[in-house]
Design a protein around this ligand. Sequence first.
Ligand SMILES: O=P(O)(O)O[C@H]1O[C@H](CO)[C@@H](O)[C@H]1O
Ligand SMILES: O=c1cc[nH]c(=O)[nH]1
Length: 240
Amino acid sequence: MSMNIPTPHIEVKDKGVIADTVLMPGDPLRAKFIAEKFLENVEQFNSVRGMLGYTGTYKGRKISVMGSGMGMPSIGIYSYELYAFYDVKRIIRIGSCGAYTEDLDVYDVLLVDEAWSESSYAKTQSGYTSDTTYATPKLNDKLANIAKVLDIPVKRGKIHSSDVFYRQDFNVYKNIRDQYGCMAVEMESFALFANASILGKEASCILTVSDSLVKGDVTTSEERQNSFVKMMEIALEMAE
Ligand SMILES: O=P(O)(O)O[C@H]1O[C@H](CO)[C@@H](O)[C@H]1O
Ligand SMILES: O=c1cc[nH]c(=O)[nH]1
């Protein structure tokens, strides 16, 4: 597809405003929170549909942060436009997830290596028929190393990217966990990894456990917006 900037969903007219590395929380207010709490020299580059995007410096190095919205169609649009039309090199999703196993507690931080999904996103987008997409290994190794240096424990592995938040049969998660080895659920990584792969770009995802389907623990929306700082601190170190 040939398209010029600005795109239908991102309004900035100068490519250079967006950094090579973009952090993407689902919630645009979490992007605003990150810009206000961690970045200096902040410039807002998007507000179309309220999907706030900012560029600034972290420890003197340039980085951008922008909301992705919820679900694969939404992150599919924003990540595609950032990669294909704004020449972004890497996107690191920083999101919340629901734990599928007893081994995870709220506030645990996960580094996603693989995303399993029943989604038709990748098949529809490019004809990719596998049910699994992958983070960029060398980017994940860098992030794991950063976490080690920052002394933040992370668990690595496979997660479920779901199209559905409210399943009619709640217990289906147990089959997905047991059959496919997914440790938690979120709603975007499968599509992000698919886009990165077809466009020759890098992608990763760091998640914080916001609730447990097994234990029933939950966090408040305010905590989700403001308190997931450990994963943010890991991802922000990718500023260049
Ligand atoms: O906290 P975010 O990044 O939005 O991630 C999770 O939270 C949303 C559901 O509440 C979905 O987008 C899911 O992936
Ligand atoms: O997608 C998500 C995110 C957090 N918790 C869930 O149960 N699902």
